[in-house]
Design a protein around this ligand. Sequence first.
Ligand code: NAP
Ligand code: GFB
Length: 325
Amino acid sequence: MSTESRVILVTGGSGLVGQAIKTVINEEKSQNNENSKHETWIFCGSKDGDLRDKAQTDALFERHQPTHVIHLAAMVGGLFHNMAHNLDFFRENMAINDNVLNASYKHKVKKVVSCLSTCIFPDKTTYPIDETMVHNGPPHSSNFGYSYAKRMIDVLNRGYHETYGCTFTSVVPCNVFGPHDNFSVQAGHVVPALIRRMDDAVQTGDHQFCVLGSGRPLRQFIYSLDLARLFVWVLRNYDSVEPIILSVDEEDEVPISTVAEMIKKAHGFSGEIVYDTTKADGQYKKTASNKKLRSLYKDFKFTPFETAIHDTVAWYKQNREHARL
Ligand code: NAP
Ligand code: GFB
């Protein structure tokens, strides 16, 4: 780890992953961690500049003069939000990504770490999925807009590296959840949506709780604070343009029904869980290999899924009034 002073701009810093990185960095600073002594961290949200707009993006970079960028800003949502807004997901994320990477190049940013997702891989594929498979076929139809926009980050990274030698890379998280998530019933991902809807059910004394879809699809889930620690590690230690998957192990994949049962247990909900199979399941599975990560960061310990669910439910109950709904 070098000791030159760094200014790290985190786009999307007000969101689920950005706030987790902020928590991790604050922990490091309180422990007087050697690494963070030379680092100034700036966490931005859309109020600091709408990154769909080129001039506002350039102004943000002019204002902060970052040496490094963690690029999280994006239009983000769960399955149902993607299905309803594929064009917006494509156009907004294409604009944001092109503006942020072009501003990074123009302001001579030494390194950019952007964010893909395991849901952007080809729908028809062999398993486990690995980093070489990003462009090997069309993504699942439910989120083709978001998926193609995210894949273009990888294309832009390779273009800026080939043309200008930029160190622009990307990480590929599996499904993320944790404090500061988007708990919107319509737009949120499955974990925050179930947490919020089951909390409502407890509050109203319902005896039945409806999970959308069959509950059979399989997902790998990473706790936002674990992802944050891995993101900071990538920023400080990983310099390849090739994407790197940041996911729990393949065998930690769980069906949605198990997620619902865990959230039920964390809420102490005594009612019955039923499944509305008239609603979409989305991708059945997107099992990703974390072998590359494990080969580079051998002793990383993931938070046990049940603990992470319990802590996220507790956070939501304590922050219900000002959580994103
Ligand atoms: P999030 O909670 O929805 O946060 C999105 C962030 O992007 C917010 O800070 C938001 O700012 C910002 N943003 C959105 N549109 C913007 C715009 N036009 N200009 C400037 N900022 C804008 O999302 P997240 O879950 O933290 O996702 C962070 C990254 O992880 C994204 O790139 C996402 O694709 C990726 N990812 C997420 C998951 C997951 O399961 N959540 C899985 C894989 C990858 P405001 O708060 O001001 O709106
Ligand atoms: O997190 P999620 O919305 O998105 O999970 P994906 C959807 C799965 O959870 C489907 C079930 O199988 C749904 O049927 N589910 C059950 C629910 N109840 C609910 C509920 O109340 N809300 C939601 N949202 N789902 C996304 C991609 O796929 O993965 C995005 O579309 C993004 O682009 C994200 O990348 C990480 O995991 O299916």
